[in-house]
Design a binder for this molecule. Structure first.
Ligand SMILES: [Zn+2]
Length: 137
């Protein structure tokens, strides 16, 4: 029994080392992937309760698509691009949660500018290139 336990442990180590080698240089997972996967599972669960076969099929496709997308991102070797995607996603979530400010992109240099909400029409000066533009907040 002890021999078997040892064998199992060695096998476990082998798998871990093999997996670590496989994942070397690959992106792995992040917040965006968690959200994509969760959405995929949710759509899959919803499709169980859908009676229409056509809608069910469409939802199944969407669900698989989302899960494949998350898998693609996890095993991707283009870590910089994946990291940027996640960063943009987190930034977008921050903006959605922020109810006290509005966000505009500077028309000249596309620098995001944050301004307080509910001030009516105001003149905004871009902090980066000093471009002035007028927006309703
Ligand atoms: Zn600017």
């Amino acid at each position: 029994m002890n021999g078997f336990g040892n064998w199992l442990r060695q096998l476990g180590t082998k798998f871990r080392v093999g997996f670590a080698r496989f994942m070397a240089g690959r992106y792995g997972t992040d917040k965006l992937n968690t959200v994509i996967l969760t959405a995929g599972v949710l759509v899959c669960v919803v499709s169980i309760f859908v009676r229409s076969p056509l809608v069910d099929l469409a939802l199944t496709f969407v669900s698989y698509g989302l899960m494949f997308w998350a898998m693609f991102r996890t095993f991707s070797r283009n870590t910089y691009k994946r990291y940027q995607e996640n960063r943009r996603f987190l930034l977008m979530m921050d903006r959605l949660k922020d109810r006290e400010h509005r966000y505009f992109d500077c028309p000249r240099c596309h620098q995001p500018v944050r301004v307080p909400k509910g001030k009516g029409k105001i003149a905004i000066t871009c902090p980066k290139c000093r471009e002035k533009f007028i927006k309703k907040t």
